[in-house]
Design a protein around this ligand. Structure first.
Ligand SMILES: Nc1ncnc2c1ncn2[C@@H]1O[C@H](COP(=O)(O)OP(=O)(O)OP(=O)(O)O)[C@@H](O)[C@H]1O
Length: 265
Protein backbone atom coordinates (compact mmCIF):
# COMPACT_ATOMS: atom_id res chain seq x y z
CA UNK A 1 0.00 0.00 0.00
CA UNK A 2 1.50 3.38 -0.91
CA UNK A 3 1.38 6.50 1.26
CA UNK A 4 -1.28 8.22 -0.82
CA UNK A 5 -3.67 5.33 -0.24
CA UNK A 6 -2.77 5.30 3.41
CA UNK A 7 -3.76 8.89 4.06
CA UNK A 8 -7.17 8.30 2.50
CA UNK A 9 -7.84 5.38 4.83
CA UNK A 10 -9.94 6.24 7.85
CA UNK A 11 -7.83 6.85 10.94
CA UNK A 12 -10.50 5.12 13.03
CA UNK A 13 -12.65 2.28 11.83
CA UNK A 14 -15.10 0.08 13.73
CA UNK A 15 -15.95 -2.99 11.67
CA UNK A 16 -19.06 -4.79 12.98
CA UNK A 17 -17.98 -4.22 16.56
CA UNK A 18 -19.99 -5.88 19.30
CA UNK A 19 -19.70 -4.88 22.94
CA UNK A 20 -21.76 -6.60 25.61
CA UNK A 21 -21.92 -6.22 29.35
CA UNK A 22 -23.36 -9.57 30.40
CA UNK A 23 -26.51 -10.01 28.29
CA UNK A 24 -26.74 -6.30 27.58
CA UNK A 25 -25.64 -5.50 24.02
CA UNK A 26 -24.17 -1.99 24.13
CA UNK A 27 -22.64 -1.88 20.63
CA UNK A 28 -24.57 -3.92 18.09
CA UNK A 29 -22.32 -4.73 15.11
CA UNK A 30 -21.29 -1.10 14.95
CA UNK A 31 -19.76 0.19 11.70
CA UNK A 32 -18.19 3.59 12.20
CA UNK A 33 -15.35 5.53 10.57
CA UNK A 34 -13.49 8.77 11.22
CA UNK A 35 -11.26 10.27 8.53
CA UNK A 36 -7.92 11.94 9.23
CA UNK A 37 -8.40 15.51 10.40
CA UNK A 38 -12.14 15.07 10.74
CA UNK A 39 -14.04 16.45 13.76
CA UNK A 40 -16.86 14.08 14.60
CA UNK A 41 -19.36 14.41 17.43
CA UNK A 42 -21.42 11.51 18.72
CA UNK A 43 -24.78 12.47 20.16
CA UNK A 44 -27.59 10.28 21.40
CA UNK A 45 -29.64 9.19 24.38
CA UNK A 46 -28.14 8.09 27.66
CA UNK A 47 -26.93 4.50 27.46
CA UNK A 48 -26.74 4.42 23.65
CA UNK A 49 -23.04 3.46 23.78
CA UNK A 50 -21.35 6.82 23.09
CA UNK A 51 -18.76 6.72 25.88
CA UNK A 52 -18.18 3.02 25.25
CA UNK A 53 -16.87 3.85 21.76
CA UNK A 54 -14.25 6.18 23.27
CA UNK A 55 -13.38 3.77 26.09
CA UNK A 56 -12.81 0.96 23.57
CA UNK A 57 -10.46 3.22 21.61
CA UNK A 58 -8.50 4.00 24.80
CA UNK A 59 -8.34 0.21 25.43
CA UNK A 60 -10.29 0.70 28.65
CA UNK A 61 -13.01 -1.71 27.48
CA UNK A 62 -12.46 -4.88 25.47
CA UNK A 63 -14.63 -5.75 22.49
CA UNK A 64 -16.56 -9.01 22.11
CA UNK A 65 -16.60 -9.23 18.33
CA UNK A 66 -15.60 -7.34 15.20
CA UNK A 67 -12.39 -5.38 14.62
CA UNK A 68 -11.35 -1.84 15.54
CA UNK A 69 -8.64 -0.24 13.41
CA UNK A 70 -6.53 2.80 14.31
CA UNK A 71 -4.39 4.16 11.50
CA UNK A 72 -5.14 1.01 9.50
CA UNK A 73 -3.79 -1.33 12.20
CA UNK A 74 -6.07 -3.52 14.30
CA UNK A 75 -6.27 -2.15 17.86
CA UNK A 76 -7.44 -5.17 19.82
CA UNK A 77 -5.78 -7.71 17.52
CA UNK A 78 -2.41 -8.39 15.95
CA UNK A 79 -1.94 -9.68 12.45
CA UNK A 80 -0.63 -13.25 12.38
CA UNK A 81 -0.20 -14.18 8.72
CA UNK A 82 -3.66 -13.76 7.19
CA UNK A 83 -5.57 -13.98 10.46
CA UNK A 84 -5.98 -11.83 13.54
CA UNK A 85 -4.93 -12.92 17.02
CA UNK A 86 -5.68 -11.16 20.32
CA UNK A 87 -3.33 -8.23 20.92
CA UNK A 88 -0.45 -8.42 23.38
CA UNK A 89 -0.16 -5.84 26.15
CA UNK A 90 2.76 -4.29 24.26
CA UNK A 91 0.67 -3.90 21.09
CA UNK A 92 -2.17 -2.31 23.08
CA UNK A 93 0.23 0.13 24.72
CA UNK A 94 1.77 1.11 21.43
CA UNK A 95 -1.63 1.58 19.75
CA UNK A 96 -3.07 3.50 22.72
CA UNK A 97 -0.23 6.03 22.51
CA UNK A 98 -1.74 7.36 19.27
CA UNK A 99 -4.83 8.56 21.12
CA UNK A 100 -5.35 11.17 23.80
CA UNK A 101 -8.48 11.36 25.91
CA UNK A 102 -10.08 14.11 27.95
CA UNK A 103 -12.43 12.69 30.58
CA UNK A 104 -15.48 14.13 32.34
CA UNK A 105 -13.56 14.07 35.60
CA UNK A 106 -10.28 15.77 34.94
CA UNK A 107 -8.14 13.01 36.52
CA UNK A 108 -5.09 15.25 37.07
CA UNK A 109 -2.33 13.98 39.36
CA UNK A 110 -3.26 15.86 42.58
CA UNK A 111 0.23 15.82 44.14
CA UNK A 112 1.95 17.28 41.04
CA UNK A 113 2.07 20.88 39.87
CA UNK A 114 0.20 21.82 36.71
CA UNK A 115 3.42 21.85 34.67
CA UNK A 116 4.55 18.49 36.08
CA UNK A 117 1.15 17.06 35.12
CA UNK A 118 2.09 17.95 31.53
CA UNK A 119 5.72 16.78 31.60
CA UNK A 120 5.47 13.52 33.56
CA UNK A 121 4.21 11.20 30.81
CA UNK A 122 6.31 12.67 27.95
CA UNK A 123 9.45 12.20 30.11
CA UNK A 124 8.54 8.78 31.56
CA UNK A 125 6.75 7.22 28.58
CA UNK A 126 8.12 8.97 25.47
CA UNK A 127 11.64 9.51 26.86
CA UNK A 128 11.60 13.24 26.08
CA UNK A 129 14.21 15.29 28.00
CA UNK A 130 12.91 17.24 31.00
CA UNK A 131 13.92 20.55 29.42
CA UNK A 132 12.13 19.73 26.17
CA UNK A 133 9.03 18.50 28.02
CA UNK A 134 8.92 21.70 30.06
CA UNK A 135 9.27 23.88 26.98
CA UNK A 136 6.45 22.04 25.24
CA UNK A 137 4.40 22.04 28.48
CA UNK A 138 4.66 25.84 28.72
CA UNK A 139 3.64 26.18 25.05
CA UNK A 140 0.57 24.06 25.74
CA UNK A 141 -0.28 26.06 28.85
CA UNK A 142 -0.09 29.18 26.74
CA UNK A 143 -2.45 27.60 24.23
CA UNK A 144 -5.02 26.90 26.96
CA UNK A 145 -4.42 30.31 28.59
CA UNK A 146 -2.86 29.06 31.82
CA UNK A 147 0.85 30.00 31.79
CA UNK A 148 0.40 31.83 35.11
CA UNK A 149 -0.84 28.63 36.80
CA UNK A 150 2.15 26.43 35.90
CA UNK A 151 3.41 26.04 39.48
CA UNK A 152 0.04 25.64 41.18
CA UNK A 153 -1.51 22.33 42.23
CA UNK A 154 -4.76 21.09 40.70
CA UNK A 155 -6.83 21.79 43.85
CA UNK A 156 -5.86 25.48 43.60
CA UNK A 157 -7.54 25.72 40.17
CA UNK A 158 -11.19 26.05 39.19
CA UNK A 159 -12.85 23.09 37.48
CA UNK A 160 -12.67 24.87 34.13
CA UNK A 161 -8.96 25.53 34.58
CA UNK A 162 -8.38 21.90 35.61
CA UNK A 163 -10.12 20.68 32.50
CA UNK A 164 -8.01 23.00 30.33
CA UNK A 165 -4.93 21.42 31.96
CA UNK A 166 -6.50 18.02 31.16
CA UNK A 167 -6.68 18.99 27.50
CA UNK A 168 -3.08 20.26 27.51
CA UNK A 169 -1.94 17.08 29.24
CA UNK A 170 -3.51 14.87 26.59
CA UNK A 171 -1.92 17.01 23.84
CA UNK A 172 1.50 16.76 25.49
CA UNK A 173 1.66 13.14 24.32
CA UNK A 174 1.29 14.29 20.71
CA UNK A 175 -1.68 12.05 19.91
CA UNK A 176 -2.96 11.61 16.37
CA UNK A 177 -6.53 11.56 17.61
CA UNK A 178 -8.10 13.45 20.53
CA UNK A 179 -11.11 11.92 22.25
CA UNK A 180 -13.37 14.08 24.41
CA UNK A 181 -15.86 12.32 26.68
CA UNK A 182 -18.41 14.90 27.81
CA UNK A 183 -15.58 17.26 28.80
CA UNK A 184 -17.86 19.90 30.32
CA UNK A 185 -20.48 17.79 32.05
CA UNK A 186 -18.81 17.93 35.48
CA UNK A 187 -18.42 21.72 35.36
CA UNK A 188 -20.50 24.49 36.86
CA UNK A 189 -22.37 26.20 34.01
CA UNK A 190 -20.34 29.39 34.20
CA UNK A 191 -17.11 27.42 33.59
CA UNK A 192 -18.30 25.53 30.52
CA UNK A 193 -17.58 28.33 28.02
CA UNK A 194 -13.83 28.61 28.72
CA UNK A 195 -13.36 24.87 28.12
CA UNK A 196 -15.45 24.86 24.95
CA UNK A 197 -13.44 27.84 23.68
CA UNK A 198 -10.20 25.90 24.07
CA UNK A 199 -11.62 22.88 22.23
CA UNK A 200 -13.05 25.14 19.53
CA UNK A 201 -9.68 26.81 18.91
CA UNK A 202 -8.02 23.39 18.77
CA UNK A 203 -10.54 22.31 16.18
CA UNK A 204 -10.15 25.50 14.15
CA UNK A 205 -6.40 25.79 14.17
CA UNK A 206 -5.11 22.22 13.95
CA UNK A 207 -5.59 19.34 11.58
CA UNK A 208 -5.89 17.00 14.55
CA UNK A 209 -8.57 14.34 14.31
CA UNK A 210 -11.20 14.85 17.03
CA UNK A 211 -13.94 12.56 18.26
CA UNK A 212 -16.27 14.08 20.81
CA UNK A 213 -19.17 12.96 22.95
CA UNK A 214 -21.08 15.95 24.26
CA UNK A 215 -24.49 17.09 25.34
CA UNK A 216 -23.63 20.66 24.28
CA UNK A 217 -25.61 20.69 21.04
CA UNK A 218 -24.88 24.29 20.09
CA UNK A 219 -21.16 23.62 20.44
CA UNK A 220 -21.41 20.31 18.55
CA UNK A 221 -23.03 22.14 15.69
CA UNK A 222 -20.27 24.77 15.53
CA UNK A 223 -17.26 22.53 15.89
CA UNK A 224 -18.10 19.32 14.01
CA UNK A 225 -17.63 18.28 10.41
CA UNK A 226 -20.05 15.42 11.03
CA UNK A 227 -22.62 14.49 13.66
CA UNK A 228 -23.41 10.84 14.40
CA UNK A 229 -26.67 10.15 16.17
CA UNK A 230 -26.35 6.93 18.16
CA UNK A 231 -29.30 4.88 19.27
CA UNK A 232 -29.10 1.46 20.89
CA UNK A 233 -25.49 0.85 19.96
CA UNK A 234 -25.73 1.77 16.30
CA UNK A 235 -25.54 4.88 14.18
CA UNK A 236 -29.14 5.73 13.48
CA UNK A 237 -28.34 8.78 11.39
CA UNK A 238 -25.28 10.84 10.49
CA UNK A 239 -24.47 13.88 8.42
CA UNK A 240 -23.27 17.45 8.37
CA UNK A 241 -24.36 19.45 11.45
CA UNK A 242 -26.74 21.64 9.44
CA UNK A 243 -28.48 18.54 8.06
CA UNK A 244 -28.81 16.75 11.39
CA UNK A 245 -29.83 19.82 13.38
CA UNK A 246 -32.18 21.41 10.87
CA UNK A 247 -33.53 18.54 8.78
CA UNK A 248 -33.02 15.17 10.47
CA UNK A 249 -34.46 12.35 8.39
CA UNK A 250 -35.20 9.90 11.17
CA UNK A 251 -38.10 10.32 13.56
CA UNK A 252 -35.90 9.05 16.43
CA UNK A 253 -33.31 11.81 15.75
CA UNK A 254 -36.06 14.45 15.61
CA UNK A 255 -37.52 13.28 18.93
CA UNK A 256 -34.10 13.25 20.62
CA UNK A 257 -33.17 16.72 19.36
CA UNK A 258 -36.53 18.14 20.34
CA UNK A 259 -36.14 16.73 23.86
CA UNK A 260 -32.61 18.13 24.33
CA UNK A 261 -33.08 21.44 22.54
CA UNK A 262 -36.55 22.32 23.94
CA UNK A 263 -36.60 20.41 27.23
CA UNK A 264 -39.52 22.49 28.58
CA UNK A 265 -41.93 21.82 25.71
N1 LIG B 1 -18.61 -1.45 33.17
C1 LIG B 1 -19.90 -1.63 32.84
N2 LIG B 1 -20.60 -2.67 33.32
C2 LIG B 1 -21.90 -2.86 32.96
N3 LIG B 1 -22.60 -2.03 32.16
C3 LIG B 1 -21.95 -0.96 31.68
C4 LIG B 1 -20.57 -0.70 31.98
N4 LIG B 1 -20.21 0.44 31.34
C5 LIG B 1 -21.31 0.87 30.65
N5 LIG B 1 -22.34 0.03 30.85
C6 LIG B 1 -23.68 0.15 30.27
O1 LIG B 1 -23.52 0.25 28.87
C7 LIG B 1 -24.48 1.15 28.32
C8 LIG B 1 -23.80 2.18 27.46
O2 LIG B 1 -22.99 2.99 28.29
P1 LIG B 1 -22.28 4.31 27.73
O3 LIG B 1 -21.59 4.94 28.90
O4 LIG B 1 -21.49 4.00 26.54
O5 LIG B 1 -23.54 5.16 27.31
P2 LIG B 1 -23.61 6.68 26.85
O6 LIG B 1 -24.35 6.70 25.56
O7 LIG B 1 -22.26 7.29 26.88
O8 LIG B 1 -24.56 7.28 27.97
P3 LIG B 1 -24.48 8.66 28.81
O9 LIG B 1 -24.95 9.74 27.86
O10 LIG B 1 -25.47 8.43 29.91
O11 LIG B 1 -23.07 8.82 29.30
C9 LIG B 1 -25.25 1.73 29.50
O12 LIG B 1 -26.47 1.03 29.62
C10 LIG B 1 -24.36 1.43 30.68
O13 LIG B 1 -25.11 1.25 31.84
Amino acid sequence: MNDATNTRDPIIKFDKVVKRFGDHVVLDELDFEVQRGEKVTIIGPSGSGKSTVLRILMTLEEINDGVVYVGGEPLWHQRKGDSLAPASEQHLRQMRSQLGMVFQQFNLFPHMTVLRNLTEAPVQVLGVSKAEARKRGMELLEMVGLTDQANKYPHQLSGGQQQRVGIARALAMRPKVMLFDEPTSALDPELVGEVLNVIRSLADEHDLTMLLVTHEMHFARQVSDRICFFDQGRIKEQGKPEEIFTAPKEERTRAFLKAVLDPDD
